[in-house]
Design a protein around this ligand. Structure first.
Ligand code: 13P
Length: 332
């Protein structure tokens, strides 16, 4: 019963031409985004912004689920309805970020391990009661001469797998998110090598912890050149290398892979996804779980003003539609 429910949710999240809106920015992160449009990060502004996105008419043509932050899953919109109820009535599956953030890894300067396992079983139960059907946990890996260290790779894989097992026990689909950051001047070769090592360790640990892969989704980075690398790989190369790396490491029973955008510009994030799907012959669905690449345009169009609600929603729908097309390799 639980397995059937997990598989049903996982498959619904990657239904044809659909992907996920990551709207789970922590309070410090959403403040950074709001600073960019010069509005205060008040509880009311955060609520109204997320309500604007979630209430976008026809968004569920392109968006299967939305990942919320702890504050958001408890919030009521100005009209008195909970944001979760609004998502459900819009045909969008509510999800929740359950990690407590990437914290410094002792003994390993500039590396992090994601925390939040203590008490997670009880928090998951509460989130399920609040209406969540899936969850997310993000491990973060920085590339430098010394990083990621084996300690960082092992610690994050272990935490991701422990989390995933607990989420499934609570009947919630775990999105497993190991993010190799694009920060740095490393080449795409290095990104591919590190991403492959990270994914191998994650799937080994998921197996150790008895995670049922059919009831999971993977949320990885794409294989791309470091942000400051003088030589930037083109779209075709990114697509080929990312798919090759995933085929080497991700079992075919995983129903879907939903990429993070990680700081890529909106248009490029869409083109990369489209190019991968155009390659065809893939064992899993390849779709999106973008934060910034879906939200940058609507955030700017809305700019914190009620009168810009429709403009914000139009900008969101446009990005969602483009990525929906990319998720089936039909983006022009
Ligand atoms: P970005 O697409 O902005 O990387 O956000 C996705 C996400 O959920 C990061 O944890």
């Amino acid at each position: 019963m639980t397995s059937a429910k997990l598989a049903e949710t996982a498959n619904a999240l990657v239904a044809d031409g659909k992907g996920i809106l990551a709207a789970d920015e922590s309070s410090p992160t959403i403040k950074k985004r709001f600073d960019g449009i010069k509005i205060a990060s008040t509880e009311e502004n955060r609520r109204d912004y997320r309500d604007m996105l979630f209430s976008t008419p026809k968004a569920n043509r392109y968006i299967s689920g939305a990942i919320l932050y702890d504050e958001t899953i408890r919030q009521k919109a100005a009209d008195g309805k909970t944001l979760v109820a609004k998502l459900k009535s819009a045909g969008i599956i509510p999800g929740i970020k359950v990690d407590m953030g990437a914290k410094p890894l002792a003994g390993h300067p500039d590396e992090t391990v994601t925390e939040g396992l203590d008490g997670l079983r009880d928090r998951l139960k509460e989130y399920a009661k609040l209406g969540a059907r899936f969850t997310k946990w993000r491990g973060v890996y920085r590339i430098s001469d010394a990083a990621p260290s084996p300690a960082c790779v092992i610690a994050n894989a272990h935490a991701l797998a422990r989390y995933a097992a607990l989420a499934q026990e609570a009947g919630l689909v775990p999105i497993v998110e190991p993010e190799v950051l694009m920060d740095g001047d490393h080449t795409i070769d290095v990104c591919e090598e590190v991403t492959e090592e990270v994914l191998r360790s994650v799937y080994a640990e998921l197996a150790n912890q008895n995670v049922w892969l059919e009831g999971t989704l993977l949320k990885p980075n794409m294989v791309i050149s470091g942000k400051d690398c003088p030589e930037q790989a083109g779209v075709a190369e990114v697509a080929e290398r990312t798919v090759r790396c995933l085929k080497r490491t991700v079992p075919a029973v995983v129903p879907g892979i939903v990429f993070l955008s990680g700081g890529q510009n909106d248009e490029l994030a869409t083109e990369h996804l489209d190019a991968m799907n155009k390659l065809g012959n893939l064992p899993w669905k390849l779709s999106f779980s973008y934060g910034r690449a879906l939200q940058a345009a609507p955030l700017k169009a809305w700019s914190g003003k009620a009168k810009n609600l429709a403009a914000g929603q139009a900008a969101f729908l446009e990005r969602a539609k483009a990525n929906s097309e990319a998720a089936t390799g039909r983006y022009a």
